[in-house]
Design a protein around this ligand. Structure first.
Ligand code: ATP
Ligand code: MG
Length: 384
């Protein structure tokens, strides 16, 4: 969908911001560009919508050389969330969001209707926030408006330059989760710039790790963490990359232990050693019961079962599992099907969590060779 072929940008003062860059982003793929300040991320991005012209090489959008496309036409196909959000201070949230469709000549009522839908999509109630001005929003809300505005013309391609850069880590994580949910619905082709490796790893289908003006490694997150291609990348992802892997390794059904299980309407069992998981009639997770309660109590399980506080759906990350265990001071967490009140699948214990992490690191160490990144091999890699 987006293809860079030997692209170079040398600014008038001689600074080479981007040096012979080649890579390809597939349709519907989210690629994060990550690297230190000044390494050429924004320059890369602005060349895609021709805010900056390359001094060498070519960029293709959907097979078309963008240097042959009228920049105004081009930008209609590309949503852009700029570094520092850049909302118009004198326009309301609704007007800000409707800016692009409005410029494209869409009727005002239609543009505003669409803007309201988008605000809703990014988690801002248009009734509450639509008529506010940017200064009347929190930092995180402003960033949501920036995302909504970029989506307003329904472009197939989104360029996002540190869209969540200006908010604290907690809000940031929430915005990232919302954005992942959003992306699973809208499936745009996204170039997402960040200088935060954690963010790059969480969001990217693939990550381009930038050195100075060039890509050092272009790979799936697990591969970048598991098998850094160069010492520079290893250094950049950090000594705690084993820990970072927690956030990209999902809980699988085979990771789970099967504890004793009882049902709500069972008589209290006398033979539970320490605890049992309690399920309802549909085998959905209800709670748990301790062995002691079961031995000393009277009646059925229903009267003695306690609510389950620590549970997650299968596919959640090991990091979420670990955080949930710490938060609830729990020695295990229940794992259910993906649905909210899903079927009970088993429990994850710290020992099993550790095994899962080891398995994931070993798998990568074997599967991913440590090779230099070559232009050709980069361009031919497909999405995950
Ligand atoms: N108009 C310009 N003229 C000269 N040099 C420039 C110009 N714009 C950017 N540069 C230089 O090009 C290099 C890359 O800049 P760029 O803005 O792409 O970096 P970045 O990776 O986005 O950094 P940051 O994380 O700080 O936003 C930097 O050394 C910068 O100083
Ligand atoms: Mg930048």
């Amino acid at each position: 969908m987006i293809r860079f072929e030997h692209v170079t940008k040398r600014y008038a003062d001689g600074t080479i911001a981007v040096d012979d860059l080649s890579f390809e982003v597939a349709e519907g793929e989210l690629v994060t560009l990550v690297g230190p300040s000044g390494c050429g991320k924004t320059t890369t991005m602005k060349m895609v919508n021709r805010l900056i012209e390359p001094t060498g090489g070519r960029i293709f959008l959907d097979g078309e050389d963008i240097s042959t496309v009228d920049p105004v036409q081009l930008r209609r196909r590309i949503g852009y969330v700029i570094q520092q959000v850049g909302l118009f201070p004198h326009k309301t949230v609704l007007e800000n969001t409707a800016t692009v469709p409005h410029l494209l000549g869409v009727k005002k009522s239609v543009a505003q209707q669409r803007a309201a839908e988008l605000l809703d999509l990014v988690g801002l109630d248009p009734k509450t926030y639509g008529s506010r001005y940017p200064e009347q929003l929190s930092g995180g809300q402003r960033q949501r408006v920036g995302v909504a505005r970029a989506l307003a013309a329904d472009p197939p391609v989104l360029l996002m330059d540190e869209p969540f850069g200006a908010v604290d880590p907690v809000v940031r994580e929430r915005l990232q989760n919302e954005f992942l949910r959003l992306q699973s619905q809208v499936r745009k082709t996204v170039l997402f710039v960040t200088h935060d490796i954690e963010e790059a790893v969480r969001l990217g289908d693939r990550i381009a790790v930038y050195g100075q003006g060039a890509i050092e490694q272009f790979d799936a997150p697990a591969a970048v963490l598991g098998a850094p291609a160069t010492d520079y990348v290893a250094d950049f992802v950090g000594a705690d990359r084993g820990l970072k892997r927690l956030s990209v390794t999902p809980i699988e059904e085979s990771d789970l232990d099967q504890p004793p299980v009882v049902h709500l309407d069972d008589p209290l069992p006398a033979d539970i050693a320490r605890w049992a998981v309690v399920l309802d009639g549909d085998d959905n997770l209800h709670g748990w019961i301790s062995g002691e309660q079961a031995r000393l109590g009277k009646g059925t399980v229903r009267e003695h079962a306690r609510r389950m506080e620590a549970w997650l759906p299968v596919g959640a990350s090991l990091k979420q599992a670990f955080a949930t265990m710490l938060q609830h001071d729990a020695g295990w967490i229940a794992v259910i099907d993906r649905e909210e009140r899903g079927r009970f699948l088993g429990v994850l214990t710290p020992a099993r969590l550790h095994e899962a992490l080891r398995r994931s690191i070993d798998a990568d160490a074997q599967a991913v060779p440590r090779t230099e990144v070559k232009v050709e091999s980069v361009a031919s890699v497909g999405p995950r």
